[in-house]
Design a protein around this ligand. Structure first.
Ligand code: HEC
Ligand code: HEC
Length: 312
């Protein structure tokens, strides 16, 4: 009996040692266009994000052991693909701004740094103070808004009431390249959340249909039930001379429709975006959804949805 145990253990040990030879390479190529920011901001990113989102990955000894190493290598590959601080300066200034906004959003939503990573690398956790530092930095980059003139504000008001009454000039129901149809009724759904985006001066409202609202009431949002639809509508922001901020020109509406089977290829959600009051479908072909999914993927533990009803 003892012999069998010893033999089995030795066999497992040999397998384990042998496995160590199967290692995808992690290359740290030189960073020619590294992230530029005030030192306190940069230090946070280096400590909490650079292992996966830069060419300056530094692995601890326990990260190097297979099979942990396989997960680490996969995270680094995907992490660098979606955001690489070492290539930061290659992005246009406007893209840098919106990336920063997204970074703050991902951190506040608790999606980044990855939980599987902070469990082991405790010191990578972002504290509340650090999050405030990042927010203050991103806010400081927002353009200073001058009051808009009366003509612009009146035009915006007219457009808003047209939008309420569905008088936008749409000749036929627009259809996105992946077959998702425009749903004019969304403005009568329940508003689930609103947000202002400081990097590009837009204002957004997120609506949910009856199924979404019922799922919130009954706490069935993990996953969201088939038939759930979200609509996110965005306007420019205008500001009058008294500092009142309200909706300006209509920009776009985006939809996410849950259907596990129909949209299995896109993680169970059908995505669509319609731009300008003419509701022009976004995307050359059905692959436009890759862009949507990539940005929503860090929310995969929340069924790819950012907007969360308040948790009790
Ligand atoms: C353990 C590795 C790891 C760490 C550490 C990490 N990330 Fe990520 N990050 C990923 C992976 C992998 C993805 C790709 C999406 C996914 O699979 O969840 C990602 C995606 C993102 C995205 C979405 C990019 C896009 O547009 O597609 C942002 C933004 C982001 N991370 C920001 C951060 C920030 C900021 C930090 C530090 C506070 C951080 N991440 C730390 C692995 C990591
Ligand atoms: C740059 C990242 C990014 C991209 C790309 C993106 N989204 Fe989103 N999306 C978000 C964030 C962040 C929210 C949270 C709400 C907000 O804007 O404050 C969101 C929210 C939504 C919502 C409301 C439901 C929710 O998850 O909260 C819908 C609907 C939506 N997006 C549709 C789309 C569609 C369709 C596309 C592609 C055409 C797309 N998104 C591409 C970042 C992104």
């Amino acid at each position: 009996m003892k012999k069998i145990i010893i033999l089995t253990l030795s066999f497992l040990l040999i397998c384990f040692l042998f496995m160590q030879f199967f290692r995808p390479k992690i290359v740290n190529s030189p960073a020619s266009a590294d992230f530029q920011a005030p030192p306190n901001v940069k230090a946070i990113m280096i400590r909490a994000c650079y292992d996966c989102h830069s060419n300056a990955t530094s692995l601890r000894w326990y990260d190097q052991i297979v099979p942990v190493y396989w997960q680490v290598a996969a995270d680094i590959k995907h992490g660098r693909e979606s955001l690489n601080f070492s290539d930061w300066q290659k992005m246009a200034p406007a893209d840098q701004k919106s990336k920063l906004w997204e970074i703050v959003y991902q951190i506040s939503a608790g999606a980044m740094p990855l939980g599987s990573y902070t469990e082991v690398h405790q010191n990578a956790k972002i504290t509340r103070d650090e999050l405030s530092t990042l927010k203050a930095y991103v806010n400081s980059m927002a353009a200073v808004a001058l009051p808009d003139d009366t003509a612009k504000i009146n035009a915006a008001d007219r457009q808003y009431s047209q939008w309420r009454k569905e008088q936008f000039l749409i000749k036929q129901v627009p259809i996105a390249p992946n077959g998702v149809r425009y749903m004019p009724d969304y403005k009568n759904w329940q508003a689930i959340s609103t947000s202002a985006r400081f990097d590009n001066g837009t204002m957004r409202v997120i609506f949910g249909n009856n199924i979404a609202a019922a799922a919130v009431r009954t706490h069935h949002i993990q996953p969201w039930p088939d038939g759930t639809v979200f609509a996110k509508v965005a306007w420019d922001e205008v500001e009058d001379k008294d500092g009142n901020v309200k909706t300006g020109a209509f920009k776009q509406v985006e939809f996410m429709i849950k259907d596990k089977e129909k949209y299995a290829a896109t993680e169970g959600w059908g995505y669509a975006r319609f731009k300008t009051p003419k509701m022009i479908p976004y995307g050359k072909n059905a692959l436009f959804t890759t862009e949507c999914i990539n940005c929503h993927r860090p929310q995969k533990n929340e069924d790819f949805v950012f907007t969360q009803p308040i948790k009790h």
